[in-house]
Design a protein around this ligand. Structure first.
Ligand code: LP5
Length: 240
């Protein structure tokens, strides 16, 4: 038995193959897991739990089938699905986590987060994030008609595409000082996150202490990236 971690699936109606891969994962290896953690960006863009699009309903049903079978599933927001709320969580049967969470993973405390907060050199993104994570702003957005939210989400995606084209790759990676600080602030030596789409397990000595940081891969470039953790260690695998 193992605990599985995934993130950055970016499920979208225009990419049914990735949705199919995820549904197969839920029907397959997830059924043998101790628990599954989704660390953000499950969806390409989530505009509110009242969205009646088929993709959300299909994914909720598939997750519900897994959680009803007794496998606990946990979800932590990413920068694409920060509006996902309790209504979807109840439909899917998973528990919403805070933006940072410490879990006991086979006897070791591990910090979980999406990873975007570690990209502190990307100051334009951090300013944007502060705005969209403001509960008042979110309530105003969610009060808009669905059609208007859909248009806004499309505009935001386009603005983001133009903006990221002008940023260098290192700006969009984690800042090493932010990583060290997060480990120190939470009093842990291990963390798991996604967001940067640079799957790897980094074993680094920090202040003389061995630390481990696992970065989950996205599902479009990495064929269903999964981090499998059990008492014997951590392995990055692909679903196919
Ligand atoms: O997403 P990705 O990987 O391409 O880039 C991210 C950062 N971009 C984002 C923005 C999202 O892609 C937008 C999509 C949100 C979908 C849900 C929307 C639901 C709400 C709307 C409808 C209800 O997260 C990108 C980072 C990159 O990761 C690497 O870390 O660089 O950051 C940016 O591109 C941000 C820009 O630098 C600044 C954008 C300014 C936008 C100003 C508009 C604010 C007003 C919003 C009003 C709606």
């Amino acid at each position: 038995m193992a605990t599985l971690f995934i993130s950055d699936l970016h499920l979208d109606a225009s990419c049914p193959a990735i949705t199919g891969l995820f549904l197969a994962f839920l029907e397959g290896q997830a059924r043998q897991a101790d628990a599954c953690y989704i660390l953000g960006d499950l969806f390409e863009a989530w505009i509110g739990d009242d969205d009646d699009a088929e993709l959300g309903r299909t994914v909720a049903l598939a997750l519900r089938s897994l959680t009803d079978s007794g496998i606990p599933v946990f979800f932590l927001h990413g920068n694409r699905d920060f509006l996902l709320g309790e209504r979807f969580a109840a439909a899917a049967g998973f528990r919403l986590l805070a933006q940072t969470e410490i879990i006991d993973l086979y006897g070791e405390p591990v910090l979980l987060l999406h990873g975007d907060t570690l990209c502190t050199d990307d100051t334009a993104y951090q300013a944007f994030r502060a705005q969209v994570r403001n509960p008042l702003w979110q309530a105003q957005l969610l009060a808009l008609p669905l059609a208007q939210r859909r248009v806004l989400a499309g505009q935001l995606r386009e603005t983001s595409r133009q903006s990221t084209r002008q940023k260098t790759a290192d700006i969009m990676d984690v800042n090493p000082v932010a990583v060290t600080q997060a480990l120190r602030d939470h009093g842990v030596q291990r963390m798991i996150h996604g967001h940067t789409h640079r799957p790897a397990i980094h074993d680094v000595l920090l202040e003389g202490q061995p630390t481990r940081r696992a970065v989950l891969g996205d599902w479009s470039a990495n064929l269903g990236s999964v981090l499998r953790c059990d008492a014997s260690g951590w392995r990055l695998e692909t679903v196919i």
